[in-house]
Design a protein around this ligand. Structure first.
Ligand code: SF4
Length: 67
C-alpha cells in the first residue's frame, strides 16, 4: 500500500486541508497532519495535486513495503 506523510516544515497554508479534508487536518498548532495514512488508489490523483501544490514541499506518498 501507499502511505501519506506530512513531514516537518508545514507552514499551515491550508491547501491540502482544503483539497482533501478526508486525509489532512489542522492540529492545535495550526499545522497540517495526516488523518488517514493509507492512500486509496482512487484518491491518488487529488492527493498528488496537494503534493505538487504544497509550498513547503512536505507532503510525500511513500510506498510501504509489506514483509
Ligand atoms: S499544503 Fe503543505 S504547507 Fe500547506 S497546510 Fe498542507 S502540508 Fe502545510
Amino acid at each position: 500500500m501507499e502511505k501519506l506523510v506530512v513531514k516537518e516544515g508545514c507552514i499551515g497554508c491550508g491547501i491540502c486541508v482544503g483539497e482533501n479534508p478526508d486525509y489532512f487536518e489542522f492540529g492545535d498548532n495550526g499545522l497540517s497532519h495526516v488523518v488517514k495514512e493509507e492512500v486509496d488508489p482512487k484518491d491518488k490523483e487529488r492527493l498528488l495535486n496537494s503534493v505538487e501544490q504544497c509550498p513547503a514541499e512536505v507532503i510525500v506518498i511513500e510506498e510501504e513495503k509489506i514483509a
